[in-house]
Structures are given as structure tokens and as C-alpha cells.
Design a protein around this ligand. Structure first.
Ligand SMILES: [Zn+2]
Length: 289
């Protein structure tokens, strides 16, 4: 059976452009960030850095900006003085190796790495061909300096399997399937947008109890998650930079996200909105019975 929505999943990848619209950082945006850093930096030595806002250097991804690390600049110096190695990703976290040290990168809600300067830049790196910035207007993201050994443990700590390329784990409990999909301890990388779009593609009602998503329903959802993630990655391909949907002047590339009151792209039924765990879910009452 073909899940509703599959037919218009893969849109032609845009040619290289400077302001691709995307949701706030979920797995595809974080993977885009990982690939961009790999392309820009490779294994070339970082030539210098400026810590423009010390609050972005944290002891852990859970630490608040007010708890910025006192020795942040020293730790960054010890890190960036070593040659960059591979960039690994698990869910929405990136681990960037520098010799025997590493940086855990966390984008939070509005973080991104960019070649363009911004008043919200928190870190500036000097590369051979110009500067690179960590930009984060709301400062909910940041960098965590660790040893390489600590970093390997921290990367996946507390997270379920990465959502991209791994089978969707069994879902349990009476809580809604959408809420279960967004639980990083169950499956890592899905946020509000990817979860709601995947459920629409799978034809599953977002309020369905997680434990009822078994058998054929689970297979359909598993496939819809992969199709959704790969489609989002493909949309980002070739882009120079991400502009989040929440940023001023951006447009929305998603079929149902923020489109309540508009017709469903598959069946024309008016899309509805509900709130689950404080987050908006848009859904189609006909495609997702
Ligand atoms: Zn529909």
C-alpha cells in the first residue's frame, strides 16, 4: 500500500541557493550542518577563533546560557589548536573531533553554522578561505568542549537509535504516537515538523495511542519516517545555507506544517490543528482517520 502523501514527497532538489527554508533544527537540518562543516573545514587546521559570546560554551547540552563555562575560551583554544577530524551525528547532536579533544555541537532552536556574519554570531573561526560563524539568536544551542573519549559517550547518551537509516523501534504506552516519535530516548532526531509530516505520510492519526501502532501500521510509519527524512535532506541538497521557517521573510516548504485551514495536498480536506504536549500538530481528518 502506498502511504498518502508519498507521491509528492521527493521534490526536485533546488540548485545552490543562499536561503533555503527549513524548520527549526531537526535531523535533516543537523545533518545538513554536519555536511556543510565537513565541506568547509575538511581536515584543514583552524587558523584562529574569537569567542564572541562566552555563554555559548557549556558544560553539557542541558546547561543554561547563564551557566557558561568559565574556562570556555581556554578549552576552545586547546580544541581548535588540533587538526579537525571527522564530524559524527546522532539525532540532533554533532560530535566534531579535534585530535584528542572534541566539540559537541548543539543547535537548539535557532542555531546554525554559517559563512555569513551576523549580529547574533557567538563564535568566529578563521578558515583558509574566510571566516565561519556559529550564530544563535536565542542562545538555546551551544558547544560543549570535551575530550574525544568523553565525546564518544556524550554523543548518543540518553538517545534512542538515530532516526535516519535505522528501523523504527517498537512504540509503547498509551501516550499519543506523535508524542512518542518526538521522544529522543525512543528515536533520535525527529522533532515537531518531521513527526507530524511522517504521520501524515503514513496515514496515521497523531493522537493514536503509541501501543496501537504495531504490525502493518508500524511498517507504514517506519517507511514514512525514512521517506520524510530523505525528502527533507534532498530539499536541502545544494543549498548554501538554511533559513528557518520561523525567521522573518521565509516561506514554508512543508506540505502540512503550519497549513491548518488549507486543503490537504492529497485529498483536499481542510487540514486541522490540535495541540499535543504544548506543540501544534496539523493533520488531515480524512487521510489520517
Ligand atoms: Zn488528506
Amino acid at each position: 500500500m502506498v502511504a498518502p502523501g508519498c507521491g509528492h514527497l521527493i521534490q526536485p532538489g533546488p540548485t545552490r541557493q543562499s536561503g533555503l527554508r527549513a524548520s527549526m533544527p531537526e535531523l535533516p537540518e543537523v545533518e545538513f550542518c554536519r555536511r556543510s562543516l565537513e565541506r568547509w573545514c575538511g581536515n584543514h587546521q583552524i587558523l584562529g577563533f574569537s569567542l564572541l559570546d562566552p555563554r555559548c560554551v557549556r558544560a553539557s547540552t542541558k546547561a543554561r546560557p547563564s551557566a557558561g563555562l568559565a574556562e570556555g575560551a581556554e578549552l576552545l583554544s586547546a580544541t581548535f589548536s588540533q587538526p579537525p577530524g571527522p564530524l559524527l551525528r546522532h539525532g540532533k547532536r554533532i560530535l566534531w573531533r579535534f585530535g584528542d579533544r572534541a566539540l559537541l555541537l548543539h543547535l537548539g532552536m535557532t542555531g546554525k553554522w554559517s559563512r555569513q556574519p551576523s549580529p547574533h554570531a557567538k563564535i568566529r573561526l578563521e578558515l583558509r578561505d574566510g571566516p565561519l560563524f556559529f550564530i544563535d539568536p536565542r542562545l538555546l544551542g551551544g558547544v560543549v568542549p570535551l575530550t574525544w573519549q568523553e565525546g564518544q559517550t556524550a554523543l548518543g547518551a540518553g538517545l534512542g537509535p538515530d532516526a535516519l537509516g535505522n528501523p523504527l523501534p517498537p512504540l509503547a504506552g498509551r501516550r499519543a504516537v506523535k508524542v512518542a516519535l518526538m521522544d529522543q530516548a525512543v528515536v533520535a532526531g525527529l522533532g515537531n515538523v518531521q513527526a507530524m509530516e511522517a504521520l501524515w505520510r503514513a496515514g496515521l492519526r497523531p493522537t493514536l495511542p503509541a501501543e496501537e501502532v504495531t504490525g502493518e501500521r508500524h511498517t507504514r510509519l517506519d517507511r514514512a519516517v525514512q521517506v520524510q527524512l530523505l525528502g527533507s535532506l534532498q530539499m536541502l541538497e545544494g543549498a548554501e545555507e538554511i533559513t528557518y521557517v520561523e525567521e522573518a521573510g521565509s516561506t514554508n516548504p512543508f506540505p502540512i506544517y503550519q497549513r491548518d485551514g488549507e486543503p490537504c495536498p492529497t485529498c483536499g480536506t481542510i487540514l486541522e490543528r490540535l495541540v499535543q504536549s504544548g506543540r501544534s500538530t496539523v493533520w488531515c481528518p480524512r487521510c489520517q482517520p
